[in-house]
Ligand binder design. Structure first.
Ligand SMILES: *Cc1c(COP(=O)(O)O)cnc(C)c1O
Length: 387
């Protein structure tokens, strides 16, 4: 950290990530844990999160994009890594060279992976990603899957591809009791049986996201694939908060008050004066804004924590700053931290509180903090060469 930025600080508790993974590993029983570290470790930093997850007992890492998998390899991580969302032009040859497992969701992907494997001269390790009902990426169960599996037979015979895994993703991440969950599992089991009948020797069958890992141990199969829970937030807040799940949020976002000043009653605050002081009061200027990832939808509703008490964003969130009405006679001083969200242990809001205030999910809050906010790692070594 350079100390040059005033856009606050994103404090990442790596010990919390390790502890959360330990907890998930316990819940997974004999299944392994593939910690999902896509999107820069859900905003916590790709490599530091990956290392912390491995210290907590994860044996696999999962990412959405190949560039993330290659970054993990470049950092010296040698554990199994799976990348699952690709578009034509993806550098599958680099993936095969770097021993990255690849999910295949479509015929074009299977052919491109096989071609890369031929060029490199080594079989690619493939996980078939089945769309069992999510209606998103993945080969649709039924005839499309059957024809993809037919083709894998030929490619396995020529030695360019080995189908080592099969995966699916749930549509109801936040409603584990929804009947569609069961329906997807039935389709997944049928897909696994079909792959095995087609001669695939599956090493890992994996379908459980955070919600399934936390709520339904019977879905652990060979590997669970939690993301959000690794970072300590509840994927199903309606059933219980992170504490109920035995998790600790790893991210705390704070920024120092840049200015504290007294304003009269009736003072309009920030663009459009959507907030007007009812009495003479003291306001604080917080030097983070929507360019840093504070949702503009937090205008007038986003929770804040300053000098030991809860406040709400006063008026509009701007690009670089927001305002907090501290109340008359507030003892808050310039330089005091304003916490946007954290683990909640001191009374500060959590990312879940923000999500509820603006009508979104905590995933969105933690993954959107901008590069201008310096990351500070505590509770473990963030880099391999120091580990
Ligand atoms: C993001 C993702 C996960 C993790 O989901 P969480 O709800 O964060 O646990 C698992 N599997 C796939 C395919 C994903 O895209």
């Amino acid at each position: 950290m350079t100390g040059q930025s005033f856009a606050g600080e994103l404090r990442i508790d790596l010990a919390a990530i390790s502890d959360n993974v330990r907890r998930l590993d316990e819940l997974a029983g004999s299944a392994g844990v593939m910690a999902v570290v896509k999107a820069g470790g859900y905003g916590h930093g790709l490599v530091p999160s990956a290392l912390a997850a491995l210290r907590g007992g994860a044996t696999w890492l999962g990412v959405a994009q190949l560039s993330e998998a290659l970054e993990l390899r470049a950092a010296g991580l040698t554990c199994p890594v799976l990348s699952w969302l690709h578009a034509p032009g993806a550098d599958f040859a680099a993936a095969v060279r770097e021993d990255v497992d690849l999910a295949v969701s479509a015929p074009w992907g299977l052919e491109a992976v096989a071609e890369a494997a031929r060029a490199v001269g080594r079989a690619a390790r493939v996980h078939v990603k089945v769309d069992t009902g999510l209606g998103r990426n993945g080969v649709l169960h039924g005839p499309a899957l059957t024809s993809l599996l037919d083709r894998t037979r030929a490619l396995e015979a020529e030695g360019s591809v080995r189908v080592v895994g099969m995966m699916q993703h749930f549509a109801y991440a936040d409603a584990p009791d929804h009947p569609e969950v069961r329906a997807q599992v039935v389709r997944f089991d049928a897909a696994v049986a079909e792959a095995e009948a087609a001669g695939c020797r599956l090493e890992v069958r994996h379908l459980a996201n955070s919600a399934a890992t936390l709520t339904n141990p019977s879905l652990a199969y060979d590997l669970v694939r939690p993301g959000l829970a690794v970072y300590g937030l509840s994927p199903v807040p309606s059933l219980g908060d992170h504490e109920h799940d035995g998790l600790t949020p790893a991210m705390t976002w704070s920024a120092p008050l840049a200015q504290v000043k007294d304003v009269p009653a009736g003072q309009g605050i920030s663009y459009g004066h959507t907030y007007r002081t009812e009495r003479a009061t003291r306001v604080g200027i917080v030097p983070v804004g929507y360019a840093d990832g504070v949702p503009r939808a937090g205008s007038g509703v986003g929770p804040l924590w300053v000098a030991g008490s809860r406040h709400t964003v006063a008026g509009r969130v701007c690009m670089d700053q927001l305002v907090v009405d501290l109340g008359p006679g507030s003892g808050a001083r310039e330089g005091d931290p304003c916490v946007l969200f954290g683990p909640g242990t001191q009374g500060e809001p959590t990312a879940q509180d923000w999500a509820e205030a603006i009508g979104t999910i905590s995933y969105e809050l933690i993954t959107r903090v901008g590069d201008r906010v310096p990351r500070r790692y505590v509770g473990g070594e963030p880099a391999w060469h120091l580990a």
